[in-house]
Every structure is written in structure tokens, then in C-alpha cells.
Ligand binder design. Structure first.
Ligand code: SF4
Length: 405
């Protein structure tokens, strides 16, 4: 994720500001809105709690979110609204028609907001496709590869596979000429099948892929990747994906390798003007995450609504009674921010990749290490360090810079 804004670097004095004081705000990059916690399927690696809860956001809450966000001064550039649930398309289309009307009533909203859905694909039909096209919504599908890999984890509540329905959704998108990306969770069942998964992407003309190594996070308290030599297997999987893509002329934009390549050849894309890496997950209010009741959080979206003993809560306020910057006076927010910043200092002091990731994802640090005030995780080794190493090795090979070269 990139920002082009000139946000001041985040520092603790921010928390001493009262909401009324004059203050140069940061810039919002991503607003995550959860219209409902509900999901129509039941993947066994899902990190979300409450995904059987069918309650839905009231329009008053949505209007107040927009009011708070636009009134905060945080909107300085175009930003993305990610409709994230549960399954965002499990909320009826009519709800979104009204929701988009409300949002578009804010000056500049239509031109400056990119809407985005990450969907399991099972509910997509012609009507959804017409809506997606009309509003130029970005859509990503969650598909783990061929049926036997996908259906291993991505099941209905009755325990049936969901691959066929997800592929039907993909077919609708294609029929309507809608561009889409695919996010695949890489579980233990996927690791030995890099070629098969790559062939699946090619056979279905999938040209944009994000690989998410299965994480220990939220409700997913154990990962199928907690196996012997997992890191070696993950490295082999990633390398094979990269080599296959290279052999075919890089037809697939694989997010992890593209980010690594950008960080090597065009690092400025991901840097703030002061040279620091733009890591939105670590910067307060660069991401604002709001649940269907109006409770809001910041930093990694995965923290929204999660229980936590260490920090007591990750909700920093509720839009119905708080301005966004009220959170800065909240002791929990101050504790979380302080720990995130200290964790990033640990990263800066100990890791050669720091200038390419800015300390990565606070939520992974919390769920793997028990605190934000920490550094390396299996997630960052797999999703940042390994892709960088694979791309760098390849560049060096192409340039003849092998140990013997
Ligand atoms: S790669 Fe991991 S350990 Fe290194 S700086 Fe990033 S988050 Fe920290």
C-alpha cells in the first residue's frame, strides 16, 4: 500500500493534543467499514469473531462516520473505502445503494473515494456486477487455488466446499468484463502445490494475486503452518511461484514480489518525503477501521473488535459520541501507539529490511509475539523478507553477480 501524502511522522506528543487545538493532521489512506460482522461461509482459518452475527450498520452510523472523517481534516487526498465484514456481499445490494448515496452526498466524495470489496465470491451475480461497474468498485476474490486446496479450509457451515460457488462468481465478473484480483491464503495444504496453484491462476486468466501466508491472528489461534520446517517449505513455495512467473514472462502481478521489486528499483514509491517507509498500519489515523456499531479503531484493520487482555480493547471510541481525534486522549490508544513505535524502533535497530517495511504489521506482532513492542514475526519473514531475498537473488543472477560470477 502506498501513500503520496506528506504526513508528519507519528510521535507521542500527538496524544497530548485536545481535539480543539489547531493541528496539522495526517492523511487518511484507508477507511475500513464493516457493514455487518456476518459471513455466509465458515473458513476454518478465519480470524474474525462474531461472523454468525447478522446485525447490520444503521445508515445514521454510516452518515456519522463520513461526517467525522470529513470533519477531521484527515481527508487530504483520494482514499479507499474497504467494505470489509464478514462477507461484504452478504449485506443486500439495496443497502449499498443507499450507503453509496449517503457517502456521495459529501463534497468531493464521488471523485476522491475508491470503493473496494474483498469477497469470497459466492454471492456474486449479474446485479452485483452491474453495481460494481456502475460505481467502479475494485473487487478482490478470496480463492486459494484449485478445489482440493481451496475446499480444505473454505467451507460452508454444513462443511461443504465453496470452490464451485466462488468460481461461479469469478465467471460473472469475467462475463461483465470486470477486472479483479485474487487473494490466496497459503496454508500447509498449499505448500507442496505451487505449480498447481500457478497453473490454476493461468488457466483462469487471473492476472493479479496476493499471497497471504496463513496467520495466527484473532479467532484463528493456531495456523496449519505451525509444522516442522515450515519456513523452508514456505520459501520453496514462494520461490517456485516466482520462477514459474518469470519463466512465463511475469504475466501475473504477484503482490509480494511486485512490492519487493518496487522497493528495490523504485523505493521512492513507498517512502514519505522524509525518507521513512510509508507503513499505514503503524501510523495513527492513516487507517481508520469502523465496525457496524460505530466503534472505531486504527492501525491494522485486523484489530477491530478483537478481544485483548493486554490492552483491554482495540476500540478507541465510537463515532456516535466521539470525534476521531478524541482517541488521542484515550489511554489505551496511547499505550498501543507507544508499543507500536517501540516495536518499530526494535525493528529499525535489528533488521536490515526495516527501510523496506517500516516495521510491518502491528497485528502480526501482537498475535505472534504477544505485544506490539516487538520485532520479527513469521509473517514478516514470509511476506517481506523472503520475497525481497528471492527477487534480489534473481536480480543478482541476471546481473551475473553470483558468488562465482
Ligand atoms: S522485516 Fe520484520 S523484523 Fe524486519 S523490520 Fe520488517 S517487521 Fe521488523
Amino acid at each position: 500500500m502506498t501513500t503520496s501524502s506528506a504526513e508528519p511522522s507519528v510521535s507521542l506528543p500527538l496524544v497530548e493534543l485536545s481535539p480543539d487545538e489547531e493541528y496539522t493532521p495526517m492523511s487518511l489512506g484507508l477507511l475500513v467499514i464493516q457493514p455487518s460482522p456476518f459471513c455466509n461461509i465458515n473458513c476454518d482459518y478465519c480470524y474474525l469473531p462474531d461472523r454468525t452475527d447478522k446485525r447490520r450498520m444503521e445508515f445514521e452510523v454510516l452518515d456519522t462516520i463520513m461526517n467525522r472523517v470529513f470533519g477531521s481534516g484527515l481527508v487530504q487526498h483520494p482514499f479507499t473505502i474497504l467494505w470489509h465484514a464478514g462477507e461484504p456481499l452478504a449485506v443486500p445490494l439495496q443497502w449499498y445503494e443507499k450507503a453509496f448515496e449517503i457517502i456521495n452526498s459529501y463534497p468531493g466524495a464521488k471523485e476522491n473515494i475508491q470503493h473496494s470489496f474483498q469477497s469470497n465470491g459466492t454471492l456474486i451475480n449479474d446485479k452485483w456486477c452491474e453495481f460494481i461497474k456502475k460505481h467502479n468498485v475494485e473487487i478482490g476474490l478470496s480463492i486459494d487455488g484449485p478445489a482440493h486446496i481451496h475446499d480444505f479450509h473454505r467451507k460452508t457451515r454444513k462443511g461443504e466446499g465453496t470452490h464451485a460457488k466462488a468460481m461461479r462468481g469469478l465467471g460473472f465478473l469475467k462475463k461483465h468484463g470486470i477486472k479483479f484480483g485474487v487473494v490466496s491464503v497459503v496454508s500447509n495444504e498449499a505448500l507442496g502445490h505451487a505449480d498447481e496453484i500457478y497453473d490454476f491462476y493461468r488457466a483462469h486468466e487471473i492476472s493479479g494475486v496476493g499471497l497471504n501466508i496463513e496467520e495466527v491472528e484473532g479467532a484463528n489461534t493456531a495456523s496449519s503452518l505451525e509444522v516442522q520446517q515450515a519456513e523452508e517449505k514456505i520459501r520453496r513455495f514462494l520461490k517456485q511461484m516466482y520462477l514459474r512467473n518469470k519463466a512465463e514472462g511475469f504475466p501475473i502481478h504477484i503482490r509480494e514480489f511486485e512490492t519487493a521489486r518496487e522497493n528495490i528499483v523504485q523505493p521512492e514509491i513507498n517512502l514519505h518525503p522524509d525518507g521513512s517507509y510509508a507503513n499505514l498500519e503503524s501510523e495513527p489515523f492513516s487507517m481508520i477501521n469502523v465496525d457496524c456499531f460505530g466503534n472505531f479503531s486504527s492501525f491494522s484493520p485486523e484489530l477491530l473488535g478483537q478481544p485483548t487482555e493486554k490492552y483491554t480493547t482495540f476500540n478507541f471510541g465510537n463515532v456516535l459520541s466521539n470525534q476521531i481525534f478524541d482517541a488521542t486522549a484515550n489511554k489505551v490508544f496511547q499505550h498501543v501507539l507507544s508499543d507500536i513505535e517501540n516495536g518499530n524502533k526494535k525493528c529499525a535497530d535489528s533488521c536490515e529490511f526495516y527501510s523496506y517495511c517500516g516495521g510491518a504489521s502491528p497485528s502480526n506482532k501482537y498475535y505472534e509475539n504477544g505485544t506490539f513492542d516487538s520485532s520479527e514475526t513469521m509473517h514478516c519473514r514470509s511476506m517481506i523478507q523472503m520475497p525481497m531475498e528471492i527477487v534480489l537473488e534473481d536480480f543478482e543472477l541476471d546481473m551475473g553477480l553470483t558468488p562465482d560470477g
